[in-house]
Design a protein around this ligand. Structure first.
Ligand SMILES: Cc1ncc(COP(=O)(O)O)c(C=O)c1O
Length: 324
């Protein structure tokens, strides 16, 4: 029987003192890691675990296609939700192709994209509606990770709804943050990105992994590297760099980091990732990372254009071989 309430919950938005100290501006965390299934994805009912959870709650069957890079513990969790799981292809594109084949041959089935569907963007818009409700004043900037661009689409649409405007954003990626690893963004993301100034930053796998470890220390919350990308806005001083370059306002009222969460992580996996990247447990966190895979995040400047109500952001393209 279908539940009468949404499957996602309203998540906390709270100030982080450790991250504010580092960023030199007030940092608020939008804690979507607190969603059922541990990720913002449940807002749009998309992506493996969110789809599996939704299917169980709605009492409908689901088959989840995942790439071979998916950790065994994630496959296990999908099965625990009662879904069939098919491991197909090295990259999400191949899994997607297999899932679409299934639907083509079984007309009663419906394909749910991980990021490319208006219903998904509508779900992700709720992030901005909540932030608007939870903040007394407009945030100075927003930082979030981008994979296929579903979250970005929802966020841009949400910001448009609140009468704020943005432009330009694009990203292509492969790397450790495997849930960001699609080879194309949604057409709508590209369209919205071209309609508004979108400002982009690319960070390395190492930075994302270091960020998630520091975040455990600072906030006692473990998130996956895909979310770590957004956290590098603070831990890798991305925001300060953009301020120094004159791209972000030097006087940001605040920074909201969307802590999108994610499930592709355990303490053992974090240790494994650190070993893979040669990250020591001492101060060697920021070693050589020039040859590593990279992840992307978007940082949106709200205040510098506050009078005209225009947001600025950008996102750079990056595509390197998968580390798994
Ligand atoms: C934890 C996490 N953050 C960010 C993203 C990127 O979301 P999108 O594909 O909507 O850009 C994903 C995608 O799976 C994810 O799992």
């Amino acid at each position: 029987m279908a539940p009468s309430k949404p499957l996602h919950v309203k998540t906390p938005l709270r100030e982080s003192i450790p991250l504010s100290k580092l960023a030199g501006t007030k940092v608020y965390l939008k804690l979507d890691s607190a969603q059922p299934t541990g990720s913002f994805k449940i807002r749009g009912g998309n992506a493996g675990l969110a789809a599996a959870y939704s299917a169980r709650r709605l009492g409908i069957p689901a088959t989840i296609y995942v790439p071979t890079s998916t950790p065994a513990f994630t496959v296990e969790r999908l099965k625990d939700e009662g879904s069939n799981v098919c491991v197909e292809g090295e990259m999400l594109a191949e899994s997607t192709k297999a899932a679409k084949e299934l639907v083509k041959n079984n007309p009663e089935w419906v394909y749910v994209s991980p990021y490319d569907d208006p219903l998904i963007w509508e779900g992700h818009m709720s992030l901005i509606r909540e932030i608007k409700e939870q903040m007394e004043s407009k945030p100075g900037a927003l930082a979030l990770s981008v994979g296929g661009g579903g979250m970005l689409c929802g966020v841009i649409r949400g910001l448009r709804e609140t009468k704020a405007l943005l432009r330009r954003c694009l990203k292509v990626f492969k790397g450790i943050a495997t849930t960001l690893g699609v080879n194309t963004v949604a057409v709508e993301t590209l369209k919205l990105a071209q309609e508004h100034p979108v400002f982009s930053v690319v960070v390395t796998d190492r930075e994302a992994v270091v960020a998630i470890e520091k975040f455990v220390d600072d906030e006692k919350i473990l998130v996956e590297p895909a979310c770590g990308a957004a956290l590098t806005s603070v831990y890798s001083q991305v925001v300060q760099r953009l301020q120094a370059e004159g791209k972000l306002s030097p006087q940001l009222d605040s920074l909201v980091v969307i802590v999108c969460g994610g499930n592709n992580i355990t303490l053992a996996e974090l240790q494994h990732l650190k070993e893979q990247l040669g990250i020591q447990n001492d101060k060697d966190h920021w070693g050589q990372d020039s040859t590593e895979n990279q992840v992307a995040l978007a940082v949106w400047d709200v205040t510098s254009q506050a009078n005209s109500g225009t947001f600025r952001a950008s996102l750079q393209a990056c595509w390197k071989p998968c580390a798994y």
